[in-house]
Ligand binder design. Structure first.
Ligand code: NAD
Length: 467
């Protein structure tokens, strides 16, 4: 295979060579020792701290992220994941004892976590540091070698990450390959031992299909339409603050952003007023001019979002600026459930508002779309909170908050159905990048004859033991 890929930085045979070297290096066993893993995590932490100015500048360039936002949602989360992995990796890596049934008398059982081997991590553009480096933390903690492919749509961040990886790790251990979708296509033909993909459900299907051809295990972190429910008994001013925070962080380009709002009829007018006032407190009267307000990643996505503005009545906002690719925070009312804005993942600062009277009405709206990545419910009523959590399948979410469930290393983060397969963060990330090997160790000091053919009374004994 010697074809030139539409990325000047790498050719097909070079990809083969990188993977072959990683496989050879993995076989040396060096990546398996816990002290080695800890050393690499420390190296990564030092590199992230050293590269912080470059990463912040790149995130500003690619997405106009403010320093506070970039630190809280990207760099800070990576550092917190490294800290958790450093604290627990020894414990996570220990074989677990398991019970052994009477039929296996004399034996002992263990479950031994082992790294998959050479892994591939493909990331999106919206949190390009977090979504590339957090899986890397898990993969290192689990003892793998890693090939990273960041998104070409955040080019400055892709370059900064490439420099960070080059300066920190040997390529046979961790390599970053920059490039467009065609580079992923090439990578997906290679014999990786695990693939970790974050991106859209459409590309998720392509990744899973490619992986299926070689039976490579995959983790898919995808997206969807995450509902945000505000019940009539919610603390409205607090709910407004947290909804606006969740929706406008990164200008709505967040996989777990509240996609649309479902508000109880009685609370609607008051909530909308509160939301408008919070937007003005956060980003002023003219958010488009606010230097800390994010921009849309590129012209194509900007145009796609402008299309949604016609799917309802603009109740607030609606200003746009072609030059800076910014769209003001916009509330959209009177949207039809069949319109595009209610069928596609919005991924921008446009919030459709739907109202409900009964829980059944609310559930029927939520069920029109596939299982979402996140769900948020604001209510002071425990029963209502529980009903929603029980009735709606979703990846993860919050009661009386937005986004925060993914900022903790103690909760698994992932989707369900079309919003994803598998999860990570903290120990869940370690488990995602590990195979759990079952080992039964039998004694050789004695040997019960009952399982062997023609053993006297054998079947009777087996019947008794298994009953
Ligand atoms: P995307 O699927 O377009 O691209 C993701 C990655 O896949 C990029 O590196 C890209 O180069 C590569 N790619 C694109 N087309 C490909 C193809 N045909 N074959 C192989 N690789 C290909 O996603 P995006 O636009 O970067 O990100 C937005 C999507 O990601 C949204 O749906 C969002 O919800 C989802 N997302 C999910 C999470 C999560 O953690 N679950 C986080 C962020 C974003």
């Amino acid at each position: 295979m010697n074809s030139q890929i539409s990325n000047p930085s790498i050719e097909s045979h070079e990809i083969d060579a990188v993977i072959e070297r990683q496989k050879q290096y993995f076989r040396t066993g060096e990546t398996r020792s816990v002290p080695f893993r800890r050393e690499q995590l420390i190296k990564l932490r030092e590199a992230v701290l050293r590269f912080e100015p470059q990463l912040l500048a790149a995130l500003k360039e690619d997405l106009n992220k403010s320093e506070q936002e970039a630190y809280t949602t990207e760099i800070g989360i990576v550092l917190s994941e490294i800290r958790t992995a450093l604290r627990y990796v020894r414990r996570w890596s220990k074989p677990e004892r398991a019970r052994t049934p009477m039929t296996h008398f004399g034996a002992s059982s263990r479950i031994v976590p082992e790294p998959y081997g050479t892994t591939l991590i493909i990331g999106p553009w919206n949190y390009p540091v977090n979504l590339m480096l957090v899986p890397v933390v898990s993969a290192i903690a689990a003892g793998n070698t890693i090939v990273m492919k960041p998104s070409e749509m955040a080019p400055a961040t892709s370059r900064a990450l490439a420099a960070l990886v080059r300066e920190t790790f040997r390529p046979e251990y961790v390599t970053l390959i920059e490039g467009e979708a065609s580079v992923s296509t090439e990578l997906l033909k290679r014999p990786f031992d695990h693939i970790f993909f974050t991106g859209s459900p459409q590309v998720g299907r392509i990744v899973m299909e490619a992986a299926a051809k070689q039976l490579i295990p995959v983790t898919l972190e995808l997206g969807g339409k995450s509902p945000c429910i505000v019940h009539k008994d919610a603390r409205l001013s607090l709910a407004a603050k947290r909804v606006v925070y969740g929706k406008l962080t990164n200008a709505g380009q967040t996989c777990v952003a509240p996609d649309y709002l479902l508000v109880h009829r009685e609370a609607k007018a008051a909530l909308l007023k509160e939301i408008e006032s919070v937007v003005e407190t956060f980003y002023g009267q003219d958010p488009i001019r606010d230097p800390d307000y994010g921009r849309i990643v590129n012209e194509r996505h900007y145009r796609r979002l402008l299309g949604y503005l016609a799917d309802g009545r603009i109740a607030y906002g609606g200003q746009t600026d072609d030059a800076s690719l910014k769209i003001a925070p916009t509330l959209l009312e009177d949207v039809s459930p069949n319109s595009k804005v209610m069928r596609e993942e919005i991924f921008g600062p446009i919030l459709p508002i739907l109202e409900y009277e009964s829980t059944e009405e609310l559930l029927s709206i939520v069920r029109q779309n596939p299982k979402p990545l996140a769900l948020y419910v604001f209510s002071e009523n425990k029963q209502f909170q529980q009903d929603i959590i029980r009735e709606v399948p979703f990846g993860g979410g919050c009661v009386n908050d937005t986004l925060m469930h993914l900022g903790t290393p103690y909760l698994p983060f992932g989707g369900v159905g079309t919003s994803g397969i598998g999860s990570y963060h903290g120990e869940h990330g370690f488990r995602t990048f590990s195979h759990y090997k079952s080992v039964l160790k039998q004694t050789s000091r004695f040997d019960f004859p009952f399982r062997y053919p023609k053993a006297k009374n054998g079947l009777n004994i087996i019947r008794k033991l298994l009953r």
